[in-house]
Design a binder for this molecule. Structure first.
Ligand SMILES: Nc1ncnc2c1ncn2[C@@H]1O[C@H](COP(=O)(O)OP(=O)(O)OP(=O)(O)O)[C@@H](O)[C@H]1O
Ligand SMILES: [Mg+2]
Length: 238
């Protein structure tokens, strides 16, 4: 689904992402974890095309998209949900999603966009809120709306950067169930998350970053038992 080869991003003298290589398989739920400042969000920005890499290549479904801008990557099936949710406050949930469906994937006919929106409303459990203005939603519903908006762009690969941040544990577990449903609907998921119970519950495989580099890769159990990973987390928690 996604193949990263030596992806690198520098900010002045700082190498925020340093020769990162890994592959995400089709149908997988894949987590990127690591301490604050490890380079996770920068990596996601490289994948979505917000930043151009200083080195390395990126393939989506066998196509080299290293030089492609975000909208081209979106046409090729890349979707993204943001941590900070910014819906159109006065518009209803359904209207917000229709904007996502029409403009996230330009050229989508209105009838198709409307059908996608109704499907996504059902999948995300937002159907009862379809006519509610976005500014009346709770935090959990806001997060659902952001996931739903990304899904309306009909992604093959969905990127999530700490979408559960700020949720209570029970709410986070509800969101976990939603991500599982999204995968079951045929979407591959790559997510960044700080909440370890969420990573354990969701991830088929995990990559651990520290100082811009991949320091471990494997199942949750494998990386959790890795001494280098333990050191990366413990070394900075004091
Ligand atoms: N636009 C930027 N300009 C300069 N430095 C940046 C920029 N974005 C990130 N950095 C730096 O790059 C490093 C990696 O940051 P990044 O946000 O990718 O880490 P992260 O793993 O997402 O951290 P967190 O867990 O806190 O979200 C940090 O040292 C950060 O200060
Ligand atoms: Mg981050």
């Amino acid at each position: 689904m996604l193949k990263l080869n030596r992806l690198t991003k520098r900010f002045g003298g700082l190498v925020a992402v340093n020769e990162v290589s890994f592959e995400v398989r089709q149908g997988e739920i894949f987590a990127v974890i690591g301490p604050n400042g490890a380079g996770k969000s920068t990596l996601l920005n490289l994948i979505s095309g917000l930043f151009a890499p200083d080195l390395g290549t990126l393939e989506l479904l066998g196509k080299d998209l290293t030089q492609s801008p975000p909208e081209v990557r979106a046409w090729h099936g890349l979707g993204r949900a943001f941590q900070i949710v910014q819906p159109f406050a006065e518009m209803s949930v359904r209207e917000n999603l229709l904007v996502g469906a029409l403009f996230g994937k330009p050229g989508t006919p209105m009838a198709k966009a409307k059908a996608v929106v109704e499907e996504v409303l059902e999948l995300t459990g937002l159907a009862p809120k379809a006519d509610t203005p976005a500014h009346e939603l709770t935090l959990l519903e806001d997060k659902r709306l952001e996931l739903a908006r990304a899904l309306c762009t009909q992604p093959r690969l969905l990127l999530l950067d700490e979408v559960m941040a700020g949720l209570r544990p029970a709410e986070a577990m509800e969101a976990v169930e939603l991500v599982k449903k999204i995968r079951a609907s045929g979407v591959t998921v790559l997510f960044i998350e700080h909440l370890m119970p969420v990573v354990r519950a969701l991830a088929d495989r995990v990559v651990v970053m520290d100082y811009g580099q991949v320091i471990a890769e494997g199942t949750y159990a494998e990386v959790a038992a890795n001494p280098r990973v333990r050191e990366a987390y413990l070394g900075r928690s004091a």
